[in-house]
Design a protein around this ligand. Structure first.
Ligand SMILES: [Zn+2]
Length: 286
């Protein structure tokens, strides 16, 4: 038995390839925890939802692990997988954008940085978008923006709550202004969605930054974060250089944001499914 096997009606040929891939943690039998520097047996880490059993450090996880943790077994159906990125600007930095896309497709089995779909959370149906940081740092280009937009449209039509799990460095520079436009676009569709009075839950995981933190991710009806997740717009070094001041300790971490009223709660990975279920029960019947 392996942890991330998924039943999925919508998988394309390529995606079948990643059914047996490991989670977003390094290869090998042992993993060093970035939180406490302990060496952890990888299987133990997987059993513990990729959270350090010694210090509670939450490792970044890939989309398959997230689906496995949140949705009832085999219930998640992927949508809009036919959307594929194109290199509209013929962009090149140290590498060609086309080559980066190809490499990350080979690495993750994904054609872009987010997976959309719907499934059951303790028998409650919900639409969802799940970011995967392994694909170009979870960056948002046209495909990711389109998936979010279409997911909210789908939720409006089917009268479903929406839950988005972000893990993203922000807008994708290789798509220039087209990626920045996704910020306005996702906000616009959420304004439409609000009319349904159904809940949108935004779950911020490490890291949620840049144009993603500055758009749809920050306007959830309920804002949840994973412990110690980095959440902010610009990085601390950029801010310090701009304002010529040192930043307080823990700045831009989930705990700091909670203390300053930017999010509603911090939820550990082991509790997230149950928390979302309880919230949906409360909010859907409101
Ligand atoms: Zn640790």
């Amino acid at each position: 038995m392996h942890l991330f096997k998924l039943k999925n009606n919508n998988k394309d040929k390529k995606d079948k390839k990643d059914a047996g891939k490991p989670a977003g943690i390094p290869e090998g039998l042992w993993v060093k925890c970035p939180g406490c520097s302990e060496i952890i047996y990888k299987k133990e880490l997987e059993r513990n939802l990729e959270v350090c059993p010694k210090c509670n450090y939450h490792f970044r996880i890939n989309f398959e692990s997230r689906i496995k943790i949140i949705f009832d077994e085999g219930s998640f159906i992927r949508l809009f997988d036919d959307l594929k990125p194109t290199d509209i600007l013929d962009f090149k930095d140290t590498k060609k954008y086309k080559d980066r896309l190809k490499e990350d497709y080979e690495k993750t089995g994904l054609s872009d940085a987010a997976v959309a779909g719907y499934g059951l959370i303790e028998k409650i149906e919900a639409a969802s978008v799940i970011f995967d940081f392994n694909f170009m740092g979870g960056s948002m280009g046209r495909v990711v923006g389109e998936k979010i937009t279409k997911t909210f449209e789908y939720a409006i039509e089917k009268k479903l709550p929406v839950i988005i799990f972000t893990s993203s460095g922000g807008a994708r520079m290789q798509e220039g202004i087209f990626s920045l436009m996704q910020m306005a676009r996702t906000i616009a569709v959420i304004s439409e969605y609000e009319k349904t009075r159904l809940p949108y839950i935004s779950v911020l995981t490490d890291p949620t930054t840049g144009g993603v933190s500055a758009s749809f991710a920050s306007i959830g009806d309920i804002m949840i974060a994973e412990p110690k997740a980095l959440i902010g717009f610009a990085g601390p070094r950029v801010i310090e250089k701009t304002i010529h001041q040192n930043l307080p300790e823990g700045f831009q971490r989930a705990e700091y944001l909670l203390e300053h009223g930017m999010i509603d709660m911090i939820v550990e990975r082991k509790d997230i499914k149950n928390t979302i279920k309880n919230l949906l029960n409360l909010l859907i019947n409101y």
